[in-house]
Design a protein around this ligand. Structure first.
Ligand code: NAD
Length: 498
């Protein structure tokens, strides 16, 4: 094994000393590529202390200073983006072009954070009463913890810490133990860009590290992205410890195709959104709802495209889809296809037998397409998080929307149609936080916020955009009056506004 990955605390690489390690793999070969230090509660405490120590200076620093560090960081990330993408691809498995897209979408939030003077401008009302002014300010919350999933090892951390530190907070990031290197590189580049030591720290580890962050009295806020059961528990535990929390969970995103849709565009959209990144995206389309008589035609077009998806290692430019994250996850996903057949679905394309020559030990799985999937079937009910697309049929628009809204999740939902009226109705009626009209993966741009409804998000704030600024700051309202002889006198009544 080439290396041991440690932590990044107070502006320096720190080897772990807990005695516990995990192994990081290359999913394309199955080879162990690194040993990962797993933080103990004491090591988490060290990272939180570093963040706490850095807080007074950083939160008191000028907006100009923070913006100039972020601009330098942005330039550095641009110049190193291919290196970052290669690191993502090597540990996650996604193809390089997809990893480059991930970095670009993460950079959007750095762009947003560079504008922090504008974002924190506050509000002032003069003369709200005689000689009284009122100002609304936003101030940092303190030490923020970020806990991130494996599927976007750079983008999801970038959703969080650039905006958090721009708002004057300090940060402790606990990345996924499956692909931690991108996060460590992101932190080291932040130090190189001039971010003071301790403002951004990374602790690697697993549940023990997360639980310590959730319980730690010096952590004021928690941003979490991961699966629904963990998100729910993270929110419960962090709230019980008195913290503000935003916990984004899993998803099962539906794409409704109305009878008037352009079926080629819809089939392209479904294939790209279902199988991109091997379906390991929280905004992946996992269910197509074919409305009316278009089902057979649509399934035929999706199947034709699905059979042509080239599966191979992420660093091969010919590959369109890489391996899954682990062998266990690949086998779990394959199990859904087998069970769907037994539970009454039609398996139109079965990717479970795929082998990639020369990569027999990689965690590859071909793409699968299931038609007429019963809604009681496991493949319909669970988040599979793999390259499996379910198609269900609906007789009407109303039946399709009722189906989408019956889902416990509400992350993304898309409609494909040429009918503006139907699209407008869908936007208003669908229970999801992010809606696409002829856009299958409606991930909002950096200056709009990202977040789902129902079991896809626990907490009140979405991430990045305006909601991100609100989450990473506390509001304060200052009412000012400068003494004037005209205001003299005793009045025990509640202050009025005349
Ligand atoms: P996960 O929930 O297993 O892990 C997420 C993070 O939580 C990791 O850092 C992990 O170490 C930690 N963790 C895992 N189990 C824990 C436990 N019991 N207690 C405390 N911490 C724990 O998720 P994952 O497999 O890494 O990522 C895939 C999931 O993330 C999918 O469900 C996907 O939909 C979801 N996701 C959601 C969004 C979104 O924006 N809603 C974005 C990306 C991924």
């Amino acid at each position: 094994m080439k290396q041991t990955i440690g932590h990044w605390i107070a502006g320096a690489a720190v080897p772990g000393d807990s005695g516990r390690t995990l192994t990081v793999h290359d999913p394309a070969t199955g080879a162990a590529t690194a040993r990962l230090a797993v933080a103990s509660a004491a090591e988490v405490d060290r990272a939180v202390s570093a963040a706490r120590l850095a807080l007074p200076d950083w939160s008191g620093s000028s907006l100009a200073r923070r913006a100039s560090v972020l601009f330098a960081y942005r330039a550095l990330l641009h110049s190193r983006r291919e290196e970052l993408a290669r690191l993502i691809s090597a540990e996650h498995g996604k193809v390089l072009s997809d990893a480059m897209g991930e970095v670009a979408r993460g950079l959007e939030i750095v762009d947003l954070a560079c504008g922090v003077p504008q974002l924190l401008k506050g509000e002032l009302s003069t003369e709200v009463s005689a000689r009284v002014d009122v100002a609304s300010l936003r101030q940092p919350v303190g030490v923020v913890a970020g806990i991130t999933p494996f599927n976007f090892p750079a983008m999801v951390p970038l959703w969080m810490f650039p905006l958090a530190v721009a708002c004057g907070n300090t940060f402790v990031l606990k990345p996924s133990e499956k692909d931690p290197s991108a996060a460590v590189l992101l932190a080291s580049l932040a130090t190189e860009a001039g971010l003071p030591d301790g403002v951004l720290n990374v602790v690697n580890g697993d549940r023990e590290a997360v639980e310590r962050l959730l319980d730690h009295p010096d952590v004021s806020a928690v941003s979490f992205v991961g699966s629904t059961p963990v998100a729910r528990e993270v929110q419960r535990r962090a709230v019980a410890a008195g913290k503000r929390v935003q916990a984004l969970g899993g998803a099962k995103n539906h794409m409704v195709v109305l009878p008037d849709a352009d079926l080629d565009l819809a089939a392209d959209g479904a294939v790209n959104a279902a199988y991109g990144s091997a379906g390991e995206r929280c905004m992946a389309v996992s269910v197509v709802v074919a409305v009316g008589a278009v089902g057979d035609d649509l399934v035929a077009r999706i199947a034709e495209r699905a059979r042509a998806v080239r599966v191979g290692p992420g660093d091969d430019p010919a590959s369109e889809m890489g391996p899954l994250i682990t062998a266990e996850h690949r086998d779990r996903v394959a199990g859904y296809v087998d069970r769907a057949r037994a539970q009454g679905a039609e398996v139109v394309v079965d990717g479970t037998g795929l082998r990639v020559p020369g990569h027999e030990d990689g965690y590859f799985l071909g793409v699968s397409l299931l038609d007429r999937v019963p809604t009681e079937c496991d493949a319909y009910r669970d988040e599979i998080f793999g390259p499996v697309l379910c198609v269900v049929r609906a007789d009407s628009y109303e039946e399709a929307v009722a189906l989408v809204n019956a889902s416990p999740w509400g992350n993304g939902a898309a409609v494909f149609t040429r009918d503006g009226g139907a699209a407008r109705r869908f936007q208003l009626e669908v229970e999801a936080g992010m809606v696409g009209v002829n856009v299958p993966v409606p991930v909002p741009v950096g200056y709009h916020s990202f977040g789902g409804w129902k079991d896809s998000l626990f907490g009140d704030h979405h991430v990045y955009g305006e909601d991100g600024v609100r989450f990473y700051t506390r509001g304060k309202v200052v009412t000012t009056r400068w003494p004037d002889p005209a205001d003299a006198g005793i009045d025990l009544g509640f202050p009025g506004n005349s």
